[in-house]
Design a binder for this molecule. Structure first.
Ligand SMILES: N[C@@H](CCC(=O)N[C@@H](CS)C(=O)NCC(=O)O)C(=O)O
Length: 252
């Protein structure tokens, strides 16, 4: 249910926010996740918005993402996914793909996703850059560095080079900027979970001081810290766990 009382109650707010109706969430949003960089995007966003949500862990090492009830809301068998019982028209809606979740929540609650067209395009550019570049490339690097049977130097070099290139692009973008696309936004949230843990990617962060400063700025946000706590209740060591490897690497 959208309520339009912010203007009356908070006349001192900047016009961008005043124009946006405040949406009140009555029923909790269901979050399906498993503490991973993609999962953290959704939990950090929900924490930033300070809306009620209920977490359901989907153990991707045990194949719970392949169950029909999960596929009904996330047909690509990947976390995160959400179900908002108060979707458009007051009816439930499910959303899969972390970028689509960030956009849906940003639009619904009128926060962290600007409406002014130039500002919105900038946020979307960097959101798509994360979704199409950083996530998949860092993911492949992780696979070939840590899990591939036999080390394939060509593949490791290929993805390590690309990972460095992406850090360098971000370094340049963050020169003279606090956040990647104007104010702190869903683009920063999308990037944060992937950019941290640079040691595990073989990246020397001293080469990227703007990225490090940005990381520390985002990391200092209490909602980000709360969002990072939404992690799997149990863990599995993917480099050793043959059953989990079969599930995660053997899908066709
Ligand atoms: N493009 C998807 C990627 C999601 C994704 O890869 N999720 C991983 C965990 S980070 C997963 O659920 N893997 C389960 C599987 O591979 O079966 C998104 O951004 O939501």
């Amino acid at each position: 249910m959208a309520r339009h009382f912010r203007l009356a109650l908070f006349p001192q707010l900047p016009s961008r926010q005043v124009l946006f109706p405040m949406t009140v969430q009555t029923l909790p949003i269901d979050l399906y996740t498993w503490g991973t960089p993609n999962g953290f995007k959704a939990s950090i966003m929900l924490e930033e918005l300070d809306v009620p949500y209920a977490t359901h862990f989907v153990n991707i090492g045990k194949g719970e993402q392949l169950k029909p009830e999960f596929l009904a809301i996330s047909p690509n068998n990947r976390i995160p996914a959400i179900v908002d019982p108060e979707g458009p028209g007051g009816k439930p809606i499910s959303v899969f793909e972390s970028g689509a979740i960030l956009q849906y929540l940003g639009r619904k609650f009128g926060q962290l996703y600007p409406t002014e067209e130039r500002a919105r395009v900038a946020v979307e550019e960097w959101l798509m850059w994360q979704m199409g570049g950083v996530g998949p490339m860092f993911g492949q690097l992780n696979h070939f560095r840590n899990y591939a049977v036999g080390k394939i130097p060509y593949a490791i070099d290929r993805y390590l080079n690309e990972t460095h290139r992406l850090y360098r692009v971000l370094e340049k973008q963050l020169g003279g900027r606090d956040y990647v696309a104007g104010d702190y936004s869903i683009a920063d949230i999308a990037l944060f979970g992937w950019i941290r843990n640079w040691e595990s990617r073989g990246v020397d962060i001293a080469e990227f001081p703007n990225v490090k400063a940005w990381h520390d700025r985002v990391d200092a946000r209490p909602a980000v810290q709360r969002g990072l706590k939404v992690k799997a209740p149990t863990s599995f060591d993917l480099s050793q766990d043959k059953d989990a490897q079969k599930i995660l690497f053997g899908q066709r």
